[in-house]
Write a protein of this length. Structure first.
Length: 210
């Protein structure tokens, strides 16, 4: 594997420049895919300001706000890795309320939050009309390889050892699901950009796997 090390600031700047170079007249659906240990939400948040400074409004979506109801999500227990892998996130809602409307020919009316997991009810958020040229940044794990339509996909990759070292103890039960994702899906194959994040302060762009 060949990688190009860079600072966190340079990573954000490079990713933002890549997004700003895309067609400005249409919406851009971007996946920031990675485990909680890689903090995909933090990277997505960091991209909002440079995108706006570059003339493209950015809208944030977190898959934690697109969960399935607890009756379905926790049917096999609160710490079942198979449920996390295949039944935790409401992909249908994400397609219907975000990716479809933000896609080609879509209305541009999206929901930024669909489900409130704390009260296990619909979030009851109003629909938002995306401004012209908006970048929709969707962050979370397990986003690639399941048929979700993104225009640009960034995958945050951690080695097995780093993933275990940096996963909080209360989330260790998700590790078998994340291992399965890496082995069965190989998300790097679906990503336009792969970022190696074994050390969160020293990211590196994967240039080649040869």
């Amino acid at each position: 594997m060949r990688v190009r090390p860079l600072t966190v600031e340079a990573l954000v700047e490079e990713l933002a420049s890549h997004m700003l170079s895309r067609e400005a007249g249409s919406f851009l659906r971007v996946a920031i895919d990675g485990p909680a240990a890689g903090d995909p939400g933090g990277l997505a948040d960091a991209l909002v300001a440079p995108l706006r400074l570059g003339g493209r409004p950015a809208v944030r979506i977190d898959t934690a706000d697109f969960l399935r109801p607890a009756s379905l999500r926790l049917e096999r227990g609160r710490t079942n890795p198979d449920s996390f892998y295949a039944g935790w996130f409401d992909e249908s809602a994400l397609i219907r309320e975000v990716l479809g409307p933000a896609g080609p020919g879509g209305t541009g009316k999206i929901l930024t939050r669909f489900w409130n997991a704390e009260i296990d009810r619909a979030a009851r958020e109003p629909y938002h009309q995306l401004p012209p040229g908006a970048v929709v940044l969707v962050s979370g794990p397990l986003l690639l390889g399941s048929g979700l339509d993104f225009d640009l996909a960034v995958h945050l990759e951690l080695s097995r050892a780093a993933l275990r070292r940096r996963t909080p103890p209360d989330q260790a039960w998700t590790l078998p699901a994340l291992d399965r994702y890496a082995e069965e899906v190989n998300p790097a194959l679906f990503a336009d950009v792969v970022v190696r994040l074994d050390d969160p302060k020293r990211p590196a762009l994967v240039v080649s796997r040869e």
